[in-house]
Design a protein. Structure first.
Lengths: 299, 127
């Protein structure tokens, strides 16, 4: 979804198109099996993984948290901090699906799901839709809103991974191809992570936020857990992250909501949750084994 | 690596693995041409493109890569909680295999043990 910006940019650069509409909608919340419907088709899941009990996104990402804890150490408050910070942003966002207060005690009362995950560590499952238009720079200036530019894009895939390889055999569970996609996007934009005012990071689970913050260079490997536990990503923190409530609390719109939120923040149109003076935003989209990063800026 | 063939489609046929389990053996498919162990099983060898495999037994000695308790019936097996582990075979460290574990006491990464067949399923047992 996030990578559609790079595709749109190329279509416009080719001179064949002036405006490209990007959109995403889903009925994950109201369809029978929601996001559980799509991975079942893989033969290896039915033939090998499912009989062992290895099935479901919460379990796959809980596995990342287990390896993070084993390799790098995981502050017991870190996962909860992501959930609490992201919910605090959702409470400032009128159309967020989950706006109920969440503090650390309430987090501890959430039902356990898998491994270290409680329900609040997992994306909300909802319907939802978002759309945006990418236009040639000279045409965008004619629009009614402040112009937000695409400053850099990056795409990467996990080494040795393909549709014919498998989560259980991933070369590492403690990083993602965000390492390379973010480096490409920052290089193209001629800026670095420390220049970013707002980050919108694909947060299907709390651990996903922590690992991609490290991957993108907002903090060093192993320091993401401490970074989020310090409150850095919540309202008033040093790196406002998932300022609409993300996948965890806003809606399961697979990154489209993150793109639109970045644009609203850069336009200064984010109402109660506006990050003052936001001029540069980083957007990360995760769809393992692939990853896309985009840097957007107020022109 | 450029001289390696593109990963071919995997096979849907896991029956040889489960036949091994039925006789209390943990087996993996080894290419008859180049002896590469292909995991997960593949219609063609990921290294040489060979199309025939022999399922060879492993010792069952493993080290835990990760393990956890699933508190919900995530896999639709009609049971919760249950425990699941990813383990590294001592004699095939280039692959990882799945095993059930005791849900009340999932072993830490690095714990050594073996995969035994318990109730028809590969199960991690501490040694």
């Amino acid at each position: 979804v996030v990578n559609s910006i790079a595709v749109a940019e190329m279509l416009i650069a080719s001179g064949r198109h002036r405006h490209v509409l990007c959109y995403f909608g889903s009925d994950f919340g109201s369809s029978d099996e929601g996001p559980y419907a799509f991975p079942v088709g893989l033969d290896a899941k039915k033939g090998y993984e499912q009989p062992h009990g290895w099935f479901g996104q919460p379990l796959y990402f809980a596995a990342m948290a287990e390896r993070y804890a084993a390799e790098l150490g995981l502050d017991p408050r870190a996962l909860a901090s992501v959930a609490v910070s992201t919910r605090a942003w959702a409470q400032l966002t009128d159309d967020a699906v989950l706006r109920k207060a969440l503090d650390f005690d309430q987090y501890d009362d959430e039902p356990p799901i898998a491994g270290r995950f409680r329900r609040a560590d997992c994306s909300v499952i909802s319907d939802g839709a978002f759309a945006w238009v990418v236009s040639a720079a000279d045409r965008a200036a004619d629009g009614p809103h402040p112009v937000v530019g695409v400053l850099g894009c990056g795409q990467a895939s996990e080494p040795g991974q393909s549709s014919a390889s498998f989560w259980t055999q991933r070369p590492t569970f403690t990083s993602t191809p965000c390492v390379r996609s973010a480096a490409q996007a920052f290089a193209a934009a001629s800026i670095g992570p420390s220049d970013i005012d707002v980050a919108e990071i694909y947060d299907c689970f709390t651990i996903s936020t922590i690992i991609q913050l490290e991957d993108a260079g907002f903090c060093a490997r192993g320091e993401g857990a401490g970074f989020v536990a310090s409150g850095a990503i919540g309202p008033g923190g040093s790196l406002p992250t998932n300022t609409h409530g993300g996948l965890l609390s806003h809606s399961y719109t697979v990154g489209a909501g993150h793109v639109v939120e970045a644009v609203l923040q850069l336009r200064g149109a984010a109402e109660r949750r506006q990050v003052a003076g936001a001029r540069l935003a980083f957007v990360a989209g995760l769809g393992l084994p692939e990853h896309a990063s985009v840097v957007l800026g107020r022109l | 690596v450029s001289d390696e063939p593109t990963t071919p489609p995997t096979t849907s046929d896991w029956s040889a693995f489960w036949q091994g389990v039925d006789s209390e053996q943990i087996t993996v498919p080894e290419c008859t041409s180049c002896a590469t162990r292909n995991w997960y099983p593949s219609a063609r060898c990921r290294r040489c493109g060979g199309a025939t495999f022999t399922w060879i037994p492993l010792s069952g000695e493993v080290e835990v890569y990760l393990s956890m308790t699933a508190h919900r019936d995530l896999a639709g097996l009609g049971e919760a909680p249950y425990g699941v582990a990813l383990v590294t075979p001592r004699d095939a460290p280039e692959i990882r295999m799945l095993a059930r574990v005791e849900p009340t006491d999932p072993p830490e990464p690095g714990t050594r043990g073996r995969i035994d067949v318990v109730g028809g399923l590969p199960t991690f047992v501490r040694t």
